[in-house]
Design a protein around this ligand. Sequence first.
Ligand code: F6R
Length: 270
Amino acid sequence: MSKTPVRTLTRQGATVHIYPDKMTASQAAAQFWADAMTRIGEQRADAKVVLGMATGSTPIPFYAELVDLHRRGHLSFAKAVIYNLDEYYPISPLDPNSYHYYMHQHLFGQIDVPANQTHLLDGSVPHWAIGEHCRQFDRWIVREGGIDLQLLGIGRNGHIGFNEPTDLPGPAASQLPTRRITLHPVTRADAGPSFGGRDHVPRHALALGTEPILAARQIVMLAFGTTKAEAVARSLDGPITGRVPGSLLQQVGPNVTWWLNSDAAALLRD
Ligand code: F6R
């Protein structure tokens, strides 16, 4: 399978790679990610690399590729420090629908990252402790020196992480801290099948803020399928607005690389 993109576009300094299918896009993105991890690690005396990870259906083949690179001896996570984007609230980390479970299944259980270097927001903290828990997460990321490499997917409604569309103006929408959010009806509908129906999807989530996401030194955005085409086009070609959180990425220009398949890129002009 060729890993050469069919088309490469630029938008506000960002590179947009378009592949025929999600497998080739995922393989190419994973190779890009692995190269970036290696390069960053080599530049640091302690070899530490701070990674921001995403969940959902989109990154599954990307994670499979990272695991494969690790098994073949091409990639180590021994010095990686990982912060995940989000977690449902409330949810037990043992629940198969939790993002704790997902990360263990798709990545942490298959690589050499030490358990105490992986961090997920905890969907089982009591209600009264949520504020401090989220502030702590932000403080830890600041103490690490920020995120080196952030993986993102995009919701059908344009959300990044679980930063849902908001009426806040672009600047305010770009400075949101980590916090508890209310999930958008579209997000709950999309998660419905794995929870046995949308009514069983938690109404809330804990979400890494737009501020730490946009401050990441490099962002890798994956989007596949026709259901994402509108959110992709509005993010890349529309105005910068809190109503389409993906559009906030326009402000960080060359720090973002988009990895799409042709279906997700269907509404982009050359
Ligand atoms: C998940 C996350 C979300 C998803 C988005 C797309 O950690 O932050 O923004 O990336 O909802 O989900 P999928 O990949 O399931 O279409």
